[in-house]
Structures are given as structure tokens and as C-alpha cells.
Ligand binder design. Structure first.
Ligand code: HEM
Length: 240
């Protein structure tokens, strides 16, 4: 027997799906701006070992010389990104959803077990509530990155007016490097997130749209009571 259980509240689903296209526009328009002064490279003395985006990349995507377009998109969508992110954070706090997403005491030990499980080195997962320990770390990490993105972005947007913020982040040049590094981390999170969503399958993906998940037979066999199944925050899933 299978059972349909509540998983994601409506607000979380809306805020999550608004964030995705907005972040894509932010990364894209950020690239348009970066191209106007693409100074970052890895190298020593005057030798360049790695340029982050080779010229062929810009040419293939028709990126060159679109600074004004990049700036106008970036400076509009940053408000949507920031407001959406703040509402999401406040929602987590006030709805108590944060208890399901922020790391708990066992998070490091259990994350390691999840990684070993995902690499097919170890069988079985530690019992989890809504998210496993690795997800808790990743999702909390990306929330912190979101705040870092806004802080570093504001610092390089208004370095004179927000001189104190700029100074706290190590000055304009450092704030720009931090903004760029956070973008790379966001992109890495995105890549791993998508792979995990694909591996987790349709049932899991659909739950982020409909809010409901079909609980598999093995979770039911594991002795979960009806009460636990119907209470969103108390649903225990022993296997995923
Ligand atoms: C850059 C964009 C993205 C970010 C920053 C992001 C971030 C997150 C976060 C923080 C959560 C936890 C939400 C919560 O419960 O409060 C989450 C869950 C989820 N995300 Fe994303 N996400 C992004 C894009 C995507 C995309 C493109 C997909 C689908 C293709 C996706 C599918 C999902 C699913 C299915 C869950 C629920 C996972 C589960 O229940 O185990 N996300 N995401």
C-alpha cells in the first residue's frame, strides 16, 4: 500500500521556483557585466594558466559588448532575488520549517554516511525527517551564500554610500572577488542539486510542484504510523 503525504508548503514551492529563473538571469547578466572587465585568471608572474572564460566562450554565447544590457537586467532582478530570498528566510523562521532544514547536532556524522551511501559504499541511510543530513548542510549553505551574494553585491554596487560594508568585506577589489567566488559556488550547488534531483526521481521532483509525495512501500513497512504520515513535519522516512 502506498500513501500520499504532504511534503512542501505552498510558500516554499513558490519561493523556490521564483528563485530559479531569477538566479539564471542574475548569472547571465552578471556574465554580461563581467565581460566588460574580465580580469580574473589563474597564473604566475605574467603567465596565464587558466582564464575563467576563454574568448571562444563569449563568442559562442554572443556575450561581448553588452554591458548596459547586463547592468540593467542585473540591477532590476537583484531586487527580486533579494526580496524573494528574504521572504523565504523569514518564512522558514516563522513557520518553524527551519527546524527541518538547518543542521542539527548529528549533521556532520550523518552527512558522511549519506555520502558513503550515495557513492554505493555503504548500505542504508540514517533516519531522517524531511531532509537528510547532507541536504541540510547543502540547503543551509546555499541560504548563507544567498546572504553573501546580496552583501557582496551591494558593496560593489554602491561602494561609496555603503563604504562600511565594502570595508567589512575587505575593500572593493575583495568584495568583487568574493561576489565572483560565491557565483561559482552557487553554480556548483546548482549542478550537484540537479544531479541529486534526477537521481531522487520523479516522485521527489513532483513533490516540489504539487507539495505531495507518494510514500514508498518500504517506508510504510518500516512501521510509520498514520499520524506520522499525515503530519508534514513529523513524517519519518527511513529510506529514500
Ligand atoms: C539555482 C537554483 C536553485 C536553488 C538555489 C535551489 C535551492 C533549493 C533549496 C534551498 C531547497 C530546499 C527548500 C526548502 O525545503 O526550504 C530545494 C529543494 C528542492 N529543489 Fe531546488 N534549487 C534550485 C533549483 C532547482 C531546480 C532547477 C530543480 C529541478 C530541476 C530543483 C528541484 C528541487 C527539489 C525537487 C527539491 C526538494 C528536494 C527534496 O524534497 O528532497 N531545484 N532547492
Amino acid at each position: 500500500m502506498k500513501k500520499i503525504v504532504k511534503k512542501h508548503p505552498l510558500a516554499i514551492r513558490w519561493l523556490h521556483w521564483i528563485n530559479f529563473p531569477v538566479l539564471c538571469v542574475m548569472v547571465w547578466s552578471g556574465l554580461l557585466i563581467y565581460w566588460a572587465n574580465d580580469i580574473y585568471k589563474i597564473g604566475f608572474n605574467n603567465k596565464t594558466v587558466l582564464k575563467f572564460f576563454p574568448d571562444s566562450f563569449y563568442k559562442a554565447l554572443n556575450i561581448p559588448f553588452r554591458l548596459a544590457e547586463g547592468m540593467s537586467l542585473h540591477f532590476i532582478f537583484m531586487w527580486v532575488f533579494a526580496i524573494n530570498g528574504c521572504i523565504y528566510f523569514l518564512y522558514l523562521l516563522f513557520s518553524k520549517e527551519y527546524k527541518l532544514i538547518f543542521p542539527n547536532k548529528k549533521v556532520l556524522k550523518e552527512s558522511w554516511q549519506v555520502i558513503l551511501h550515495d557513492l554505493h559504499i555503504k548500505r542504508g541511510l540514517p533516519p531522517q525527517i524531511k531532509y537528510n543530513a547532507a541536504q541540510r548542510l547543502a540547503y543551509t549553505g546555499v541560504i548563507i551564500l544567498g546572504f553573501g551574494m546580496i552583501a557582496t553585491g551591494l558593496a560593489i554596487y554602491k561602494p561609496t554610500q555603503l563604504y562600511w560594508l565594502c570595508a567589512m568585506l575587505g575593500g572593493y577589489e575583495w568584495a568583487r572577488i568574493e561576489h565572483f567566488s560565491i557565483t561559482i559556488l552557487f553554480t556548483l550547488f546548482f549542478a550537484v542539486h540537479i544531479i541529486q534531483v534526477i537521481i531522487a526521481g520523479w516522485n521527489n521532483f513532483r513533490s516540489m510542484i504539487t507539495g505531495f509525495e507518494v510514500l514508498p512501500d518500504d517506508a510504510l513497512k518500516a512501521g510509520i504510523s498514520n499520524e506520522q504520515l499525515t503530519q508534514n513535519t513529523d513524517t519519518i522516512i527511513t529510506n529514500h
